[in-house]
Design a binder for this molecule. Structure first.
Ligand code: F6R
Length: 613
């Protein structure tokens, strides 16, 4: 989704903003631009273009020759919602006189009405965007005080926003505001960096203040002031961000996705570090902030999430039901928020989101809280809105995930879910003996993950063979069913191969009609319950000339008679099998996408965090 960077300070704003925009590229975008105040002319220089930041840099070279250091500016990467992804619609947008420049993330829902009114008042528009109305509204409301003008303009807006505003009339300050779309402020010495995502800030400082909905920030180089929408000054605590800069660089890998696939053993080790209690046969997740008594009262769990996090949630359902005996329901977050869901007094709602910013998951959290539910979260991004608003939650500690496709996030989400199931289980009916077994297996998980990664060359060879197909099916049963859905999602999103995941038993209820020699079938046939039935499904597919790849437990050679190719997974218990299989699927998808020449880290039309509905 769109990204924002703002800078005011003693350095070259252009450099800071362009480097920040590069850091935000992973979020997905289709055009970019920036506005800088020029101290020589007293004007705002604005440059924008469709396409990638590289194109913006070329335009900057031509249009803003070096020589002038511009100390303040705002920049933007746009992911089109209203209007085509072209130069005119790219942000920043200027007001009628060119005195004010704005960048905006989010959607202004009443923009048509506002636009008609502004047109009637003599304003003219150059773009098709909803955002341009904001620039004109600020100009219309301006009475000499920039913060007041922004506040008055925002009062007229319905919808969501994260914004930054500069004006040539106030070349020492940036105004930023948030309603539903994140804004973070880096607290530095003699400079302030503002961004929609902390990855554009961490190279400047590790102290970050997150704006809440309704906050309006006035930032100069050496001061920041936050006002509530009622104009009351608010003190917001800075959060310490413990990312190191190497984590947001490729570190010798061709793509962030491959780097993050390979980081899984250490990410899982970080997710479990200090949290496993072997002696007691349980785990401790302090962020849950629930006493044993509170946990023991929970008699239903309802998990909300989107995309890959939804598939982690489905695996969570098996874990909670198998190990904690707690009936668990999984709902797509958008479905939950619009369905008037039933939440009983002892229902615990759990929101899963890597980014902690997904609009539908956040809205589901708010709806659940409104209904009085106990809401926990599992997030990766520290200080993200879902993590802050739930207040009770567990961080993955997986480190920043830059590739658009979720990789280390899902394996850590499942790891945390396993630990949660263990905690819930031990306060319900799970024995200490069984608990110890699970803890023991969890502590071996990083090694298991590494063993899957050791299969990389073999998986690459399978990818070579199947990269030219245009369709694929993934099938699995039990814990392998969500893993099949995730395999198909990963393949389609980065390689653009049409892929579908099915419960293996569903094949005969329709999808088998599509099987032929052109549709490879990836069967998840590990040595866990359901294997024999899945093997029969593989046979049925082969009888229709379908090429079959089995993801199977190593050493079980009899699988050879059911498939054309095998990807081997180390022997592991059923509850850890999804993580192993998902890592193999990630490698398969990655190498197929690479052979097809796809833009792996930023697949077309996709965004890393989906902050609009
Ligand atoms: C797929 C992927 C997406 C996200 C989904 C939810 O690889 O990454 O499907 O899982 O957009 O995002 P989060 O987890 O940030 O809420």
């Amino acid at each position: 989704m769109c990204g924002i960077v703002g800078y005011v300070g003693n350095n070259n704003a252009q450099k800071v903003i362009v480097s920040g925009l590069h850091r935000l590229e992973y979020r997905g975008y289709d055009s970019a631009g920036l506005s800088l105040w020029n101290p020589d002319t007293g004007e705002l220089d604005t440059v924008k273009t469709s396409g990638k930041i590289g194109e913006l840099e070329s335009c900057l070279e031509h249009e803003l020759p070096p020589g002038t250091t511009r100390p303040i500016g705002i920049g933007h990467t746009r992911w089109a919602t209203h209007g085509a992804p072209n130069q005119v619609n790219a942000h920043p947008h200027l007001s009628q006189t060119g005195d004010f420049s704005i960048v905006h993330n989010g959607i202004i829902e009443n923009y048509s009405a506002l636009k008609s009114r502004l047109l009637a008042n003599g304003f003219s528009f150059t773009s098709d965007t909803d955002s341009e109305v904001l620039a004109h509204l600020i100009e219309q409301c301006y009475d000499g005080d920039l913060t007041r003008a922004v506040t008055a303009a925002l009062e007229q807006i319905e919808g969501t926003y994260g914004i930054c505003v500069i004006s040539k009339l106030h070349p020492d300050k940036i105004i930023a505001a948030r309603q539903g779309s994140p804004i973070a402020v880096g607290i530095c010495h003699n400079e302030t960096v503002i961004a929609s995502d902390i990855s554009a800030i961490v190279q400047h400082t590790d102290r970050v203040v997150f704006l809440n909905d309704g906050d309006i920030l006035t930032a100069t180089a050496d001061d920041t002031e936050i006002l509530s929408h009622k104009n009351v000054p608010i003190a917001r605590e800075a959060t310490l961000i413990d990312w190191d800069i190497g984590q947001i660089e490729k570190g010798g890998f061709d793509h962030f996705m491959l780097k993050e696939i390979h980081e899984q053993p250490s990410a899982i080790a970080n997710a479990t570090r200090g949290r496993l209690l072997l002696k007691e046969g349980t785990a401790k997740l302090d962020g849950m902030k629930m006493t044993s008594r509170e946990i023991s009262r929970v008699d239903r769990i309802l998990i909300v999430a989107c995309g890959t996090s939804l598939y982690a949630a489905m695996i969570g359902k098996y874990l909670f039901e198998d190990y904690a005996d707690i009936p668990t329901e999984v709902q797509q977050a958008a479905e939950f928020r619009y369905r008037n869901p039933i939440i009983e007094p002892n229902t615990c709602v759990l929101a899963i989101s890597q980014s902690g910013e997904t609009a539908d998951t956040l809205a589901a959290v708010r709806e659940a809280m409104r209904k009085g539910a106990e809401v926990l979260s599992i997030c990766n991004v520290v200080g993200s809105t879902i993590a802050r608003e739930t207040g009770r939650g567990v961080y993955l500690h997986a480190g920043p995930e830059i590739g658009v496709a979720s990789t280390k996030a899902i394996s850590c989400q499942i790891t945390i879910l396993t630990m949660m199931a263990l905690i819930f289980g031990r306060t319900h009916r799970l024995s200490m003996q069984k608990g110890r077994e699970i803890v023991d297996y969890l502590s071996q998980l990083p090694k298991l993950a590494q063993k899957v990664l050791d299969q990389e060359t073999a998986i690459q060879a399978v990818a070579d063979k199947y990269a030219s197909y245009e369709n694929a099916f993934f099938i699995g049963r039990g814990y392998m069913y969500p893993a099949a859905l995730e395999g198909a999602l990963k393949l389609k999103e980065i390689s653009y191969i049409h892929a579908e995941g099915y419960h293996a038993a569903e094949l005969k209820h329709g999808p088998i009609a599509l099987l032929n020699g052109d549709v490879p079938l990836i069967g998840l046939a590990l040595n866990i319950p359901g294997r024999n039935k899945t093997c029969s499904n593989l046979q049925e597919a082969r009888a229709r000339n379908t090429p079959v790849i089995a993801i199977a437990t190593e050493g079980h050679r009899d699988i050879e008679k059911h498939c054309d190719d095998i990807i081997q997974i180390p022997e592991c218990p059923e509850f850890l099998a999804p993580i192993c299989v998902i890592i193999a699927e990630q490698l398969l998808s990655y190498y197929i996408a690479k052979l097809r020449g796809c833009e792996i880290d930023q697949p077309r039309n996709l965004a890393k965090s989906v902050t609009v509905e």
